[in-house]
Design a protein. Structure first.
Length: 83
């Protein structure tokens, strides 16, 4: 049997935190328009989620630099290096 190749699906904690923070950022204008009483709370929530996304450490098998160790990931016209 061949070994299963791990495929990074973006479900590590840092990716999830970034996705949630970005989703709230996109919804923020609608929240501010339809519920202006809670403007400061929504802004604090968005700010807090981005701080959390910044603080959460990158985890996973190819973190923190997912493409730097992949020898096949080179620019198309880059000179070949002896590695």
């Amino acid at each position: 049997m061949t070994a299963k190749k791990y495929i990074d699906k973006g479900t590590d904690p840092k990716s999830i935190a970034i996705n949630i923070a970005t989703m709230v950022l996109f919804i923020l204008p609608f929240l501010l328009y339809f519920d202006p009483e809670w403007t400061t709370r929504y802004l604090y929530l968005t700010f807090g989620l981005f701080i959390l996304a910044y603080i959460v450490p990158p985890m996973g098998w190819r973190r923190p630099h997912p493409y730097s160790d992949d020898p096949t990931n080179r620019p198309m016209f880059a000179p070949k290096r002896d590695e």
